[in-house]
Each structure stands twice: as C-alpha cells, then as structure tokens.
Design a binder for this molecule. Structure first.
Ligand code: NAP
Ligand code: HSE
Length: 441
C-alpha cells in the first residue's frame, strides 16, 4: 500500500492525541484512503517530559526544522500553537510545497491571509478543520456541504472552556476560578486561559467561520469581543428567571444597523459576547465542553452542528479528517480544490458594533428610593429605547437592590450612551450590567 510520511510539530494534548488516534485507527484510515499514514518525526519542546501519549522517544526532536526539512516528510501537522514559531514553520513547509494541517486558530486569525496566499503561491494546501469547534466538521460543512448556499446567519458556541464554566456556574452554582482550573486540567483551555475567558479564542474561530460564510478575510481587529469574566451568578440567576440561559455566542449575520444609508449596503455583524439565549432555543441546551454551530442557509434553512469543542480526542478526530483530505489530495494531485475565500455580494465590510441593533438585558444596583425607576425609564425613553419588562426582585444586596430591564431593539451605540447616563444617576451604584439578547429571528 502507498505510504505518506507525516511530520507532527507538537506532541501535547492535540499532537499526542493525533499520534494515539493513529495507533488506534490507522489501519481503518488506511483501508478507507488506500494510503497508510506513517508518523515519521515529532517535534516537542522538552524531550525529558513525561507524556500521556505513547509517542516513541526515537521519533522526537526539539527542532521543528528537522521535521519540516526532512526529505522523507511529505505532510506536516502544526500543533504547537502560538503565532511566531508556528507561522515560521508553516511558511517553511508551504514554501517546500508540503501540505500543512493546523489546529491553530490564533495563527489563522492573525495571519490567515498570508498563509492561504502562500499555500496558493507554492501550489499546495492548508487544512484547518481542527481550528474551529474541536471534533465538529464545521469547516468542511461550510466549505463543501453548503457550497450552494448563501449563509444568512451563523451563531456558534465555539469555546469549550467558556461553555464548561458557564454551564457549571448555572447548573451547580460552581465558582468561576475553580471551574476554570478544572477546564485547564482537562486540557480544554488555551495557554494562557485569558484567551478563552476574554473571548479571544471564540473571536479567532468566529472570524474563520465568518470568512468562510462571507468569502472575505475578516480582520480580527474588526470583531467586537467581550468575554465572560464579568458574568456573575446573579446575572445567570435572573436570566434563568426570565427564561434565558447565558452563552458566549459568536454571531455572524447580515448586519441590521441603525444607519439608514448603510442598510442598503450589505454589511456583516461579526461579534463575540455573552448572550441571553431563550431556553426554548436549542443552543440554550448545549452544555459543558460541547460546542454547537447554528447555520442558516438560504437554500437549506436552519441546521445545527453539535459536538465536543475541545480536548485530546475530539480535536484529534478533526486532524484525522484533514489528514484524510490531505492524503487524497496528494494522491490525486489536487491543489486549492476550493479556494479559501470566494467573495460574493455580502463580502467586504464588518459593521461597527455601535451601529449594530440588538435587544438587551440590563441589571442595575440601585438605592431603593421612590423615583429611581422613573428617572431610569426617562433616560431610556429619551434615547427612544423601548422597555419590554422591568423586574425588581425581592431582597437587598447590602444597601442596594437589583433592578432588571429587558429592552427592545436599539443600536449598541444608543444603548451604551443611555447606560452611561444612567450610571451617573446618584441612586445607581456600581457599573450597570448590559447583556445582549438574541431571539434568532
Ligand atoms: P499543548 O498541550 O500545550 O501542546 C503543545 C505542544 O507543542 C507540546 O508538545 C510542546 O512541547 C510543543 N511545542 C511548543 N513549542 C514548541 C517549539 N518551539 N518547538 C517544538 N515543540 C514545541 O497545546 P495543545 O492543547 O495541544 O494545542 C495545540 C494547538 O491546537 C494550539 O494551536 C491550540 O489552540 C489548538 N487546539 C487545541 C485544542 C485543545 O482542546 N487543546 C483544540 C483545538 C485546537 P512539550 O510537550 O515538550 O512542552
Ligand atoms: N481552548 C479552546 C476551547 C480549545 O476551550 O474551546 C478548542 O479550540
């Protein structure tokens, strides 16, 4: 049987997972592909480190160049992470015409345009299924499965660590720090985990999905990002009482903006922020490390993809999917079978968040005196923001009481301006909490 020699750069959670999965299912893969994938070399940082994976010592090197430049190695998997050495190694491999598989969404977000251009220039391929949503084949689905659709909306729970934390906070009342430590122990979190909890990892992935959906490379600086650090047990509780679950949601949709002129142009909202999801929506029940992507296509309608978003085996499964494609492309000599990005009518511009229209949950801490509610309502009224409900739950938080508003559609700019005025009212204490609400209309 034909053999392909694979070089792996990185033997940690994902790299080790790929090695072990190949030991387990290599024969099955070979029988399906008609080609045997043989791991030839593996680069790691520390040869002495004890590893959960069974990678033989004889394959290990600490120099990625020994993997990339080994003439026997025909295919490279970059699984070290980071944006410097990984970029250098991938560019070196592409320059040699060697196809590369990567799980590195941070790198793709920062340098995707350059890397895809290099793959094209040197007549080879770059595969990245494992970069978004662990084991869910969402890249292949968007690129190939939905090739005949315009993607009108896409909503994703794309960070396993944040979903794990939010789920355990909601269902068990667990402490944020303790659950984060557990997510790190389980190999879900990035190094450092701030990338997860501040929303950047989700933004990297959402940008990649948006680029595929809309055919142009999304500049990561244009993505509005908010993480989950400020989400409190109180917000989770009140959202629950109103029939919602808080999820960190990546949103990609044709922007509804408050700017009448720009409504004529097609602009895209690309954002990541904690969002109130109605409990009746399927995304509200995606729990733990699981990810889900809800895709609306103009031909297919609504589709849902669900699976483990992080961890050794789920991510290894996605790398194996790319291995399959890479091996078949090598066998047939296919290059750039589908261009990375194909511009169409909704390509070109990301709408600034200030102009994007949303609905809102707002929680204030107020001194419980007559007239406070009226003054807050007046500021919302002056900003032309409708209030759909107000709740003042029983019970004091020290000298203050919580006051919860559900607000109708308004631009983010208008809502933030109104909240800044409300924050200055003498009887409003602390920073108002504003969480956007998505009804998937
Ligand atoms: P990890 O467990 O920290 O593993 C990184 C590996 O790279 C380690 O084996 C490390 O060597 C090696 N390494 C680091 N710098 C190196 C260098 N300069 N030269 C040679 N080897 C080097 O990370 P991971 O979780 O596997 O993540 C790898 C990539 O997959 C990242 O881009 C990440 O974002 C992505 N990803 C991860 C997951 C997940 O669930 N973990 C899911 C999807 C995508 P040592 O072992 O000697 O330290
Ligand atoms: N840290 C990432 C997550 C790993 O928690 O989703 C998978 O990309």
């Amino acid at each position: 049987m034909q053999q392909v020699h694979l070089g792996i750069i990185g033997g940690g959670t994902v790299g080790g997972g790929v090695y072990d999965a190949l030991q387990r299912n290599g024969t099955l893969l070979a029988s399906r592909l008609g080609v045997n994938v043989c791991v030839w070399r593996v680069a790691v940082r520390d040869l002495k480190k004890s590893r959960a994976s069974k990678i033989p010592r004889t394959l290990l090197t600490t120099d990625w160049r020994e993997v990339v430049f080994d003439p026997q190695v025909e295919l490279i998997a970059e699984l070290i992470g980071g944006t410097t050495i990984a970029r250098e190694a991938i560019l070196a491999a592409l320059k040699l015409g060697k196809p590369v598989i990567t799980a590195n969404k941070a790198l793709l977000s920062a340098h995707g345009e350059e890397l895809f251009a290099a793959a094209k220039k040197y007549g080879t391929n770059l595969y990245y299924e494992a970069s978004v949503c662990g084991g869910i084949p969402i890249i292949k689905s968007l690129r190939e499965g939905f090739v005949g659709n315009r993607i009108t909306a896409l909503y994703g729970i794309v960070n396993g660590t944040c979903n794990y934390i939010l789920t355990r906070m909601k269902l068990e009342g667990a402490d944020f720090g303790a659950v984060l430590a557990e997510a790190q122990r389980l190999g879900y979190a990035e190094t450092p985990p701030d990338l997860d909890i501040d929303g950047h990892d989700a933004a990297h992935k959402t940008g990649i999905l948006a680029s595929l959906a809309h055919g142009f490379w999304i500049n990561p600086k244009k993505i509005h990002v908010e993480g989950i650090r400020h989400i409190s047990a109180l917000d989770i509780k009140f959202a629950g009482e109103l029939g919602y679950t808080i999820k960190l949601l990546g949103t990609v949709k044709k922007a509804e903006t408050g700017d009448r002129k720009s409504e004529k142009k097609c602009r895209v909202q690309v954002s990541v922020y904690p969002t109130l999801v109605p409990n009746s929506h399927v995304l509200a029940s995606v729990n733990g490390v699981f990810n889900a992507v809800f895709v609306r296509g103009d031909v297919v309608g609504d589709s849902l993809f669900y699976g483990r978003g992080a961890g050794k085996d789920a991510t290894a499964s996605a790398v194996l999917s790319d291995l399959g494609d890479a091996v078949l492309d090598l066998k047939s000599g296919a290059k750039n079978r589908l261009p990375a990005f194909v511009p169409h009518e909704c390509s070109g511009a990301v709408a600034p968040i200030e102009e994007v229209v949303s609905q809102y949950f707002v929680r204030l801490n107020v001194i419980d005196k007559p007239g406070v509610l009226a003054r807050v309502a007046t500021i919302f009224g002056e900003a032309n923001i409708g209030i759909s409900s107000v709740i003042q739950p029983e019970g004091h938080q020290g000298k203050t009481v919580p006051l919860i508003f559900m607000l109708h559609y308004a631009t983010n700019g208008t809502a933030l301006e109104a909240l800044a005025k409300i924050a200055k009212l003498p009887n409003v204490k602390g920073k108002p909490v504003m969480i956007r609400v998505e009804n998937f209309e």
